[in-house]
Design a protein around this ligand. Structure first.
Ligand SMILES: NC(=O)c1ccc[n+]([C@@H]2O[C@H](COP(=O)([O-])OP(=O)(O)OC[C@H]3O[C@@H](n4cnc5c(N)ncnc54)[C@H](O)[C@@H]3O)[C@@H](O)[C@H]2O)c1
Length: 346
């Protein structure tokens, strides 16, 4: 299969690109290379004859049309987005533009391309989304595919809007779409402004390790390679018009994650004192969702997917990866806003 991946230079998109090439697919990586994108994330496959890169903005319809006409993909996996909740609080405009207008532009370009090709049955538009569209859970329960949408941050609201556009393009125009909503990812190439890399890098720098509020917010963590695996399965075998929730069934409080990372670092890179002594509780994020948890039974029962990496193993692999790839993260630390507290302008 030839797959056009948008956002393939980002954290999850690059895992999809690497997996797809290894699995024998051809890949066209369409990415604008914003502050969050890096071609070093796909360096291990970029020499492959099955790989092509196009630097473009998903809001630029003429460029997207030309790329589709040139490469003629069998499927589009749409991951390009503004993805950091804290940035969406300080500057929502880019989230509206990329996540809503950009998805609309991709859908219209895909519809024109698919129509011109004679509406092939096998074509897929796979929209990659988040569990944050479902809002915040209390202590009990899990998000299913039937949970009503209740987004609460500019980021999740923009993703919810894009999900609705994808559903509408299927119902109204018959575009063969599949949709996935996934929980928090972590792993290699995680951009250094997100929680897990921040903890590792602040710890190594001897700096205060920030924990929002009391650190009792719960997330359902999934190792990024397992997510990429699930996405390639859904684009190939998912039922048209259907959505699939993807999660690791690995619930943990933020404080637990931070303490585990500190303990792993104590073992692998011991300092003069335990890293947990650097933990510093800071003012909470405005509107911070309390708990997310995914019920992944649909993807497990219909497509046979299950995660292969436990949270414990995944955290250890991730810490090791960051210890071994200092050049990668040092090069990104100079990028705009990285290493600073963002999301306080509410
Ligand atoms: N990170 C998570 O835990 C998580 C969980 C569930 C779903 N998702 C979704 O998965 C997708 C990828 O997330 P991520 O964490 O890899 O994001 P990321 O921020 O690491 O990467 C986004 C990529 O999109 C590119 N991009 C941004 N705007 C663009 C534009 N206008 N045109 C073309 N390219 C553009 C960036 O250059 C970057 O390479 C997003 O749609 C996100 O909503 C993320």
């Amino acid at each position: 299969m030839k797959i056009l991946v948008t956002g393939g230079a980002g954290f999850i998109g690059s895992a999809v690109v690497r997996h797809a090439i290894r699995a024998g697919h051809a890949v066209v990586n369409l990415d604008k290379l914003t502050y969050a994108g890096s071609l070093s994330n796909v360096a291990e496959v970029s020499d492959s004859p099955a790989y092509a890169f196009e630097q473009a903005d998903i809001c630029d319809r003429a460029r997207v049309d030309a790329i589709l006409a040139r490469h003629r993909p069998d499927a589009i996996m749409h991951l390009a987005a503004e993805s950091h909740v804290d940035r969406s609080i300080d500057g929502p405009a880019a989230f509206i533009e990329t996540n809503i207008t950009g998805t609309y532009t991709m859908l219209e370009a895909a519809r024109a391309y698919w129509t011109e090709a004679g509406r092939p049955e096998g074509f897929r538009f796979h929209h990659i989304s988040t569990d944050e569209v479902f809002g915040s859970l209390g202590p009990q329960g899990q998000f299913t595919e039937e949970t009503p949408y209740d987004p609460r941050s500019p980021y999740s609201a923009s993703k919810a809007a894009s999900d609705h556009l994808v559903g509408a393009w299927h119902e109204t125009y018959g575009l063969p779409v599949v949709l996935t909503n996934c929980s928090n990812n972590y792993g290699p190439y995680h951009f250094p402004e997100k929680l897990i890399p921040v903890v590792i890098l602040k710890a190594l720098a001897g700096a205060p390790i920030p924990v929002y509020g009391a650190g009792d917010n719960v997330r359902d963590w999934l190792y990024v390679e397992d997510h990429a695996d699930a996405l390639l399965l859904v684009v190939a075998k998912g039922k048209v018009g259907r959505s699939y929730n993807i999660g690791g069934e690995n619930e943990a409080t933020n404080l637990h994650i931070v303490e585990r990372i500190c303990a792993i670092l104590d073992e692998k890179r011991p300092g003069n004192r335990p890293y947990r002594e650097q933990i510093s509780f800071v003012t909470d994020r405005p509107g911070h969702d309390k708990r997310y948890a995914i019920d992944p039974s649909r993807i497990r029962e219909e497509l046979g997917w299950r995660p292969s990496v436990t949270l414990e193993e995944g955290l250890e692999k991730t810490v090791e990866w960051f210890l071994d790839h200092e050049d990668w993260w040092r090069a990104l630390q100079g990028r705009e806003g990285v290493g600073q507290r963002l999301g306080t302008k509410a």
